[in-house]
Design a protein around this ligand. Structure first.
Ligand SMILES: [Zn+2]
Ligand SMILES: [Zn+2]
Length: 174
């Protein structure tokens, strides 16, 4: 399977163990795939799966299961089958590859030339307990740009603070 977000060691030895693969963004207990491994590749395979933001759980292999090391069975209902469940705001653009759900980019466009280009998006990484966050990126055309991630709570307070500052800048006499 070429569309998996991880690569297992290339090895055709008889598998001696199985690794259950779970997508942490899905309801607990929804098995997404099983990887079959030999003793020698068990650690490498588990690390590759973890590095892809997935949960790897080693389980004993039933002796009746004759599989080769490196074989992956993808459950058709699981997120690795290509039907990852996305939040409603996600733009669904290769979320597994970028390891995050992202909303469409919202440019902070004032209709004028500004020194810094700002963009905001919603982001949710595909790791366990990942929260939805607001990403604010500033591009000044000189440096590579700066990205700030904040919680939704911080974003709400920031909106409030910005309003206060804008009101203050309007200069009403107090
Ligand atoms: Zn192996
Ligand atoms: Zn998504």
């Amino acid at each position: 399977m070429s569309n998996l977000p991880f690569t297992l060691p290339a090895c055709e030895q008889p598998a001696t163990g199985r690794i259950e693969i779970y997508d942490p963004t899905r309801p607990v207990g929804s098995l997404d795939a099983s990887a079959y491994v030999c003793d020698q590749h068990s650690d490498d395979a588990a690390l590759a799966i973890l590095a892809a933001g997935l949960i790897a759980q080693r389980v004993p292999l039933s002796p009746a299961m004759a599989r080769t090391c490196g074989h992956v069975y993808t459950y058709p209902t699981g997120s690795l089958a290509g039907n990852l469940t996305h939040p409603t705001w996600c733009d669904r653009d290769e979320c597994v590859r970028r390891q995050a759900h992202c909303s469409a980019v919202r440019d902070v466009d004032t209709g004028r030339v500004e020194e810094t280009a700002l963009a905001v998006v919603l982001v949710q990484y595909l790791h366990p307990a990942a929260q939805v966050m607001v990403s604010l990126t500033a591009l000044d055309g000189v440096t590579g740009g700066e990205r700030i991630l904040m919680s939704l709570g911080q974003a709400r307070v920031l909106v409030y603070r910005l309003r206060q500052l804008l009101d203050a800048s309007a200069g009403g006499a107090r």
